[in-house]
Design a protein around this ligand. Structure first.
Ligand SMILES: NC(=O)c1ccc[n+]([C@@H]2O[C@H](COP(=O)([O-])OP(=O)(O)OC[C@H]3O[C@@H](n4cnc5c(N)ncnc54)[C@H](OP(=O)(O)O)[C@@H]3O)[C@@H](O)[C@H]2O)c1
Length: 336
């Protein structure tokens, strides 16, 4: 079968012939219809991810049709249109994942293939209101945003949310989840067009974090600060978020696109009784809750662009420049 294969650090994503996976009793083979890129796939290509091993088939997000099952007791899945919970072995605690937790696409072969092998309990029926391409946008980024806002930061109706760097895949899902909850959302971005897109979707207001006085601009909006701040960039501007949070506020972050954490003023954190919360993806329970939310509100994802999977390398170059607004999806089109 064909798959997108990465042979090493800084190598291009290329189509190769690979062996078709074999199944154990609790596994199924999904014929992939669409997948989506995550920043993780780019970090792996850059060699900036733990546990690298090459060659690898990347990809955490995927949708498709179940083509084979490892056990006769799972035959009801044959022919079902599905999306995939993109991880294994979360463990029993909802507080954090187990040490054996893994994400599809490293170390296990990922979704960027004609066929992907997954655990049967990771299958979810494709929502009726979504195409394969739309549904492929949700799994990793949607789940991360869902857990960040609702499980970690415990965002509630009536609160005010700031999303720092709205262009990212996780950030646009955070915007959607919050808007469906009736939350007042403010955003930052490096680009005016992205702020406009967010306002068109229902955000209250936004500022360019590239403006030297962006913190002042937000502080002049006429309220004390934000109850919850979502960030996936870290970097030099993270200390400003301590000023933008109200006393008792929560700052939740899932990544470090702009670098690591600079020194923070600990006094501000304890005096303002701030909670700084790390978050990573989500449990199967979080995923089920997200899927219920998606089905209930008929949520459609923000898809920046759709490429044939044969052009994965071109698509990841777009992500490298942070040019996108929302998710970059790849349809299973192997010959172009
Ligand atoms: N822990 C987890 O489970 C988990 C899950 C998913 C993602 N992540 C991590 O979270 C980060 C975002 O992931 P993603 O898939 O959403 O990536 P993405 O789509 O590539 O998002 C990148 C966005 O970050 C924003 N950004 C860059 N520099 C910034 C800065 N200095 N200040 C504020 N915003 C800045 C930009 O927003 P603008 O374009 O609006 O300027 C950019 O569009 C990545 O680092 C990823 O590895 C972690």
């Amino acid at each position: 079968m064909k798959a997108i294969v990465l042979d090493g650090v800084h190598k291009p994503f290329q189509i190769k012939d690979v062996k078709k996976p074999t199944l154990a009793a609790n596994e199924v083979l999904v014929r992939v219809k669409a997948v989506a890129l995550n920043r993780r796939d780019w970090w792996i290509q850059q060699g900036q991810y733990a546990g690298l091993k090459f060659p690898l088939i990347p990809g955490s997000d995927g949708t498709g049709i179940v083509e084979a099952v490892g056990s006769p007791s799972e035959e009801r899945w044959l022919g079902q249109e599905v999306m995939i919970y993109p991880a294994n072995d979360w463990g029993d605690s909802e507080l954090a994942q187990d040490k054996d937790f893994t994400i599809l696409g490293l170390p296990d072969s990922g979704t960027f293939a004609e066929l992907v092998k997954v655990k049967v309990h990771n299958l979810f029926i494709l929502p009726y209101h979504l195409s394969f391409e739309e549904a492929a946008a949700f799994p990793l980024a949607g789940l991360t945003a869902y857990r960040a806002l609702f499980c970690r930061a415990k965002l509630k109706k009536g609160e005010r949310l700031l999303i720092n760097g709205i262009g990212g895949g996780v950030a646009t899902f955070a915007l959607q989840w919050a808007l469906h909850m009736g939350i007042d959302v403010y955003v930052t971005s490096s680009k005016k067009e992205k702020i406009k897109r967010a306002l068109d979707m229902g955000a209250k207001d936004g500022v360019l974090y590239t403006d030297p006085d962006w913190v002042k601009q937000l502080r002049q909006k006429g309220f004390a600060g934000f109850d919850v701040i979502f960030d996936s960039a870290l970097g030099d501007s993270f200390p400003d978020l301590l000023d933008l949070a109200i006393s008792g506020g929560r700052i939740v972050f899932c990544g470090g696109t702009a670098g690591n954490l600079p020194p923070l003023n600990g006094r501000k954190i304890f005096w303002k009784q701030l909670s700084i919360l790390g978050t990573t993806m989500g449990s199967p329970k979080d995923f089920k809750e997200m899927m219920d939310f998606v089905n209930h509100h008929k949520v459609k994802p923000v898809v920046d662009s759709v490429y044939p999977i044969a052009l994965t390398e071109k698509a990841i170059q777009k992500m490298a420049t942070s040019d996108q607004f929302g998710k970059i999806v790849l349809r299973a089109e192997w010959n172009i």
